[in-house]
Write a protein that binds this ligand. Sequence first.
Ligand code: NAD
Length: 309
Amino acid sequence: MPYTAPNPTGRPVAVVGAGTLGRRIALMFATDGGEVRIYDPSAEQLAAARTYVEEQLPAVAARIGGEGPGAVAVTGDLAEALRGAWLVIEAVPERPELKERVFADLDRHADPDAILGSNSSSYPTSRFVEWVREPERLVNIHFYMPPTQNAVDVMSSGRTDRAVIDLLLAELPRHGVFPFEARRESTGFIFNRIWAAIKRESLAVVAEGVATAEEVDAMWSVNTGLRGGPFRAMDQVGLDVVLDIEEHYAAERPSLPTGPRILLEEYVTSGRLGVKTGRGFYDYGAGSDSTPRPRSGGRSTSAEGAAVA
Ligand code: NAD
């Protein structure tokens, strides 16, 4: 029987993976009165995700102004999480072999019409088509950092049913997020690619000794009116993660300059990974929050910043 896209009415959304992104994705789908189920093999992660959603949901749902807070359930039973769901979003670690296995499981246990979405930052779902029986329902749905950064990239697996993409473009805004379709396969989708260029050129400016990281961030703030800056954002994401991402781009486009990666490698090999190790382009001090202290007399800027990976 040919695949038919689902009718979401009255059906839950399932999120697979309760980490940084999974719990945030669940939060957004819970803002409009619906039911959301989160699956994770780790009881600890499930408990943390539940606490996170419970704390955030009232204010975020009020801001979005839909039908109000919905019901969020957490479970260590995958089949239970998926039962009846119209949409399943995987947010498991960025390891393709793991995602292949997860998609094979989702294909087996999800309702036959359920959309299977991947929140992967860098793997197109074309990579997973052979792990599902119906690639028509497989699609990239890439969130940034909700509830503060609410753009979403939607991208075909190359085989995705057009009705699936149209349904997502219509449904996602009801949950306080703003979908944009990547109209061709693109590593980094839309905004991540643009942000990659900003990061790369910022790193080149520092690697060449043109300006310090603090100066680049300060100039970013003065000229854009936005708080934060590329270096503070990279510190928040983690410089090891930033390096992995840049290496992925470079593997696809060998002409990219090496200076930015060499600078990142210096920080990573010396253990300065950013906020998570207390030191990156900025010093954060032992046991501190993410308030940066410039290392060498640079100008201090505000603690809040964008953290697009
Ligand atoms: P994370 O490490 O915070 O969370 C991953 C979760 O997956 C953990 O709770 C882990 O217990 C769980 N998990 C492991 N194996 C599983 C399995 N077989 N089934 C279900 N859950 C499993 O990772 P994250 O930062 O939330 O990233 C998840 C995905 O989201 C990745 O693909 C990443 O590229 C993408 N993403 C991350 C960001 C970001 O800034 N962190 C932004 C956009 C997209």
